[in-house]
Design a protein around this ligand. Sequence first.
Ligand code: 13P
Length: 259
Amino acid sequence: MRTPFIAGNWKMFKTVHEAVVYAKEFRSMVKDVAGVEIVVAPTCLAVHAVAEALRNSNVAVAAQDLHWEREGAFTGAVSAPMIKEAGAEFVIIGHSERRRLFGETDEAVNRKLLAALAANLGPIVCVGETLEERDAEQTLAVLDRQLKLGLEGLTADQVADLVIAYEPVWAIGTGKVATAAQAQDAHAHIRGRVRQWFGGTAAERCHIVYGGSVKPDNIGELIQEPDVDGALVGGASLDVKGFSEIVLKSQGTARPGRS
Ligand code: 13P
């Protein structure tokens, strides 16, 4: 059974204090939620404090990025073991903002993915096309390239435990959400590739979540799609009530078709 997976990516928002206030309120708002995997991703500065605030709750913590080396002279970077020790269970890798604004390549994504797995962190690996690529009918080719290079060298068991976030760049922070059908088409394609490259078990078990202008009023429609296993939520996750609503609306959407 694939349990719906809902993660809030706070990007560069919230101080440590603000993040902890949110976490305390959020944990009580979702304490009775069952059957949804819930994750919040604060800045790396707040990972430890938020993990403490969410200890023994049904909400896990993710970091937003990592460096692939364990340690070394890499000013400004943090490593997978450091993130793990600080209390995170997941890490976002290859977000389009990292790719676009910080020059992250598919090869870097792959190194980060392998480092996260080695440290027992659950990767949330992001893929998605730009508007120009969609208009040029390159969407599936872009997804193929990002997945092929990004997942290079992973075992079928590792892929089975992955969360792959399909985030069309044109839908991020624009209010322009992909239609449920557009999301389903891309997700089905991704699952098909996972099946082709890593086998049926990996394809059935891995989570493929959608990201890009997810809000309380569109999550219901998106998550009804058979290959949409949850969401990676940016802007709408900054508001504790709105994010709780998204989580609540995702309850009861695990189904045998997702097993
Ligand atoms: P928005 O929900 O703000 O569009 O951001 C999506 C995203 O980038 C999540 O990682």
